[in-house]
Design a protein around this ligand. Sequence first.
Ligand SMILES: [Zn+2]
Ligand SMILES: [Zn+2]
Length: 171
Amino acid sequence: MELNVSKELKLPGEVSHARLVEEIEPIELPGYVIRPSAPVTVDLDYSFDGEGFRLTGTLSAEVVMNCTKCNDEFTQGFTVEFDERFLRVSETEAEEMEVYPFSGEKLDLTKLVQDTVLLNAPMYGLCKPDCRGLCPVCGANLNNTQCSCTLPDDGNPFAALKGLAELLKED
Ligand SMILES: [Zn+2]
Ligand SMILES: [Zn+2]
């Protein structure tokens, strides 16, 4: 995702607006992959202050997740605000200053988009608020089928949750 700023460089203080829509690659994390399911939309205002650019606006994206109860895939959208600076510095300097680097007459928004998605994408959730999950005996997805398993007394799904809650407490 790139923003041509040749005009703005000549007009410090002037605020421009842009709306960019682009597909982005999945983002790989240790043990997790953020999978965008729709193009990312960035709506932004930007202006040159003589030294660098300030970009403010919103980013909207949609990701594929697996339900924490039934493991079915579902998509969830999110919108976040951002407020970032681009300066004519090296990549190392930019990292230290927590800004984005640019040179020439274009701003490369790839990293800003990636960082913003990475920090804000939901990673855990339910396919629907009342997801019934999986049968602890046969593994059937109880949203789709009604199995005929009888749960032993300790097969109460809340018993497992209670155990987990206690484990977390001890931590
Ligand atoms: Zn579910
Ligand atoms: Zn069952």
